[in-house]
Design a binder for this molecule. Structure first.
Ligand SMILES: C[S@@+](CC[C@H](N)C(=O)[O-])C[C@H]1O[C@@H](n2cnc3c(N)ncnc32)[C@H](O)[C@@H]1O
Length: 194
């Protein structure tokens, strides 16, 4: 992850001292859908290396980042940021994340290690998406927002279709900064019905 593709967004991120070019995806999503607010408590799943944390912590009250990778020490002194080395498949309760109240926003840019075998990669990605939707009732406040990365595929489309009613609005969005070869898009759910 990080600065693999040396394109315009790669150079921009380096210049602006962001840890990954993916920051521009979140920025575009947030500008369009107004996801983050000043008093929010945010959960960022699959945060590493942490460009979304760099962006988010300036806009909200607090953000908890979770990733299977070692904690990125570059981010430890950022105000309102807590980082945890954890597998998303092992978190069941907000107490596992050291907080007492439900989150206002869940962000998930999680992606599995890709094998290059399309069906395997799609299945692994969908398993991550299903996990996030699975914990949502115990993690996300009523009225809360969700941004989640999805790898396109028939099963993913069916899964999303059957869950769209969980939110007041449910949009599919492909930021301009997404690499053209990528099958990913983002789902933006606003107003979780609980
Ligand atoms: C595309 S990167 C995230 C980039 C990040 N949004 C940023 O701006 O720097 C995807 C991350 O998902 C993490 N990930 C994949 N599976 C995970 C799991 N089961 N639990 C937690 N994190 C996971 C990977 O370790 C990887 O760091």
């Amino acid at each position: 992850m990080g600065f693999k593709v040396k394109d315009h967004y790669f150079n921009k991120a380096k210049k602006e001292q962001f840890l990954a070019r993916s920051v521009y995806k979140l920025e575009e999503i947030d500008n369009k859908f107004k996801i983050l607010k000043k008093h929010d408590q945010v959960l960022d799943l699959g945060y590493y290396p942490g460009s979304w944390i760099q962006y988010t912590h300036k806009k909200v009250k607090s953000v908890v980042g979770v990733d299977i990778k070692e904690v990125n020490k570059k981010l430890l002194n950022l105000k309102g940021v807590t980082l945890l080395k954890k597998d998303a498949f092992e978190i069941e309760d907000i107490a596992d994340l050291g907080v007492e109240t439900l989150f206002d926003v869940i962000l998930s840019d999680m992606a599995p290690d890709t094998t290059g075998i399309k069906s395997v990669d799609q299945d692994r990605s969908l398993a991550l998406v299903e996990k996030v939707f699975g914990v949502m009732p115990t993690f996300l406040k009523k009225g809360g927002n969700l941004v989640i990365k999805v790898f396109d595929g028939n099963d993913a489309q069916m899964f999303l279709k059957s869950n769209k009613n969980l939110f007041e609005s449910f949009n599919y969005f492909r930021p301009k900064s997404t690499r053209s070869v990528s099958k990913e898009f983002f789902v933006v759910g606003k107003g979780y019905k609980g």
